[in-house]
Design a protein around this ligand. Structure first.
Ligand code: 3SK
Length: 513
């Protein structure tokens, strides 16, 4: 690389080998393992393969890949070459993949064997797509990753990229509309590691990391790639569904010191009857949670069961990782904590003016890890990335100690009798009732056309349903005040959620009205 240039892979991977960690284990996906030295060689081969396939700097390659060792090989191999990997959610439909592949104009698609059936009818109609490379067994005459890489040289000079040059894109699902490609820069990965990972999480070389969130999410990418690699630590990759049983099993087998979860999973793990007798989790020193606010009751129960805290935080795909967080020794369950060192935040009203402590405002963040905009979406980019400030669309309230508490999405809040109601507050009250496992609240018009809260609840197994409606209404009235109680309560089997675990209230609103 030339002077003044900065390639994220030089910092993230090559530095570890130079500092003597070549023989240290970096990734274990329970089937294959890679040391830092092996990963360096494999990513150099992958970079040479991409050049041979004719992909040039700044062009995109898409990834629909499970969390196995092949993911970092492709992702970091592309970045090495100045080529832009676009990891995609592995749970999308064929139509959604067709939209994104056309939008990003990927020249090559890397796909895990198990996911190939979903895209097999799509790949033939993508005009920019020249190669499909399968991780696993060959499919339909397409190329196979292991075979393509095997003959390549282990020598490669990293592309002399600029710190402000796009390194990878992540598609942001958003609460409505088609996904938007967020362009992230070479310097953004280090920005998240130097701030949240080092100064909040206190990540260190002897950590073993396990993330329930997959690598294609911004949350998972930081948890299980950027952060551990930034200090030469080790990662256990989980290519399967992150069920409570799977997570306990991995904890028992690999003794992670950091477990990164999401609220629904923490709650499900605490409720997992079959695992009540297991001692999984004894190696943990800290856990993190993101995706949606962690209910206070879940944080407290986790702490008493496993003896470790969950650091609840908030991040976004646009800002790459967590920018508000609780910190070790400074935890208040029910709150999202304080700004991560290196990030500045503001709460503003509809006129764009800063609001005082105790007032609800939209959260804006000045972040060293912000994406540079949405691909081909100038209007949406301008509305979200306003100079140094990124609009999150989340409503928060700040207390006198400087802690921030989530009040709902800007577009989820509604007024009842002229008073703002946060669906989140009503949901939090509902789930403190012993019969309720999960809840979502949306506005519904009453016969007079006035908005009132309506709740959808998932009950705990075996919960008593006698007088359920009246019992829950009374419970909410007692907890948070008489006007906020849900006037209607539907019992459902599950709630609609995004892949990151956020409740999609807009889907319930559409069904409700
Ligand atoms: O949803 C979150 O809180 C989050 C956290 C870290 C990175 C990305 C996201 C969306």
């Amino acid at each position: 690389m030339s002077e003044g240039s900065y390639n994220a892979v030089t910092w993230l991977l090559d530095r570890n080998v130079e500092e003597g960690r070549g023989n240290k284990l970096v990734f274990n996906d329970t089937v294959s393992r890679l040391t830092y030295g092996e990963l360096q060689r494999e990513t150099r081969r992958a970079a040479n393969m991409l050049r041979r396939l004719g992909v040039r700097r700044e062009e995109r390659v898409a990834m629909i890949m499970l969390d196995t060792v092949d993911f970092p090989i492709v992702f970091l191999g592309a970045i090495r070459a100045g080529i832009v990997p676009v990891p995609l959610n592995t749970l999308l439909t064929a139509d959604q993949y067709a939209y994104i592949l056309a939008d990003c104009r990927a020249r090559v698609l890397f796909v895990s064997e198990a996911l190939y059936p979903v895209i097999k009818d799509v790949v033939g109609r993508m005009p920019d797509l020249e190669h499909v490379v399968v991780s696993g067994a060959k499919q339909n005459g397409h190329k196979q990753l292991a075979e393509e890489i095997a003959g390549e040289s282990e020598q490669f000079t990293n592309a002399a990229t600029h710190p402000d040059e796009p390194a990878f894109w992540l598609y942001s699902s958003g609460s409505t509309g088609m996904p938007k490609g967020v362009r992230h820069l070479h310097s953004n990965l280090q920005a998240t590691a130097d701030t949240y990972a080092k100064q909040v999480l206190g990540i260190r070389e002897n950590d073993v990391c396990l993330s329930a969130a997959k690598l294609f999410f911004a949350y998972g990418l930081g948890n299980a790639l950027t952060f551990p690699m930034s200090v030469g630590a080790t990662v256990v990759l989980n290519s399967e569904r992150p069920t409570p049983a799977r997570m306990f099993d991995l904890m028992n087998r690999y003794n992670p010191s950091i477990f990164y979860g999401v609220p629904t999973l923490f709650a499900a793990m605490l409720n997992d009857e079959t695992m009540k007798s297991e001692r999984g989790g004894k190696s943990l020193r800290i856990c993190t949670s993101a995706g949606e606010a962690l209910p206070e009751s879940v944080g407290n129960s986790w702490k008493s069961r496993f003896g470790v805290d969950i650091l609840d935080g908030v991040g976004s795909t646009e800002l790459l990782h967590i920018f508000l967080s609780n910190a070790p020794g400074d935890i208040k369950y029910g709150s999202s904590g304080k700004p991560v060192p290196g990030y500045a935040v503001r709460l503003v009203n509809e006129a764009g003016q800063d609001v005082a402590d105790g007032e609800v405002g939209e959260l804006l963040v000045d972040a060293p890890s912000a994406g540079e905009g949405y691909w081909n979406q100038r209007h949406k980019s301008r509305r979200t990335f306003e100079g140094p400030w990124t609009r999150t669309g989340d409503k928060y309230i700040r207390d006198a100690e400087g802690r921030y508490t989530f009040c709902g999405r800007a577009d989820d809040m509604f007024k009842v009798s002229g008073i703002w109601v946060s669906p989140f507050e009503v949901e939090s009250a509902l789930i403190t009732h012993p019969a309720v496992l999960e809840a979502a609240v949306v506005p519904e018009a009453d016969p007079e056309g006035l908005l009132k809260p309506k709740a959808f609840v998932v009950l705990r197994p075996g919960a008593t349903t006698t007088d359920l409606q009246e019992m829950l209404k009374e419970h909410v009235k007692q907890k948070i005040g008489p006007w906020k109680y849900p006037r209607w309560i539907d019992v459902v089997d599950s709630l609609p959620k995004t892949a990151t675990g956020k409740i999609q209230r807009f889907k319930l609103r559409e069904g409700a009205n």
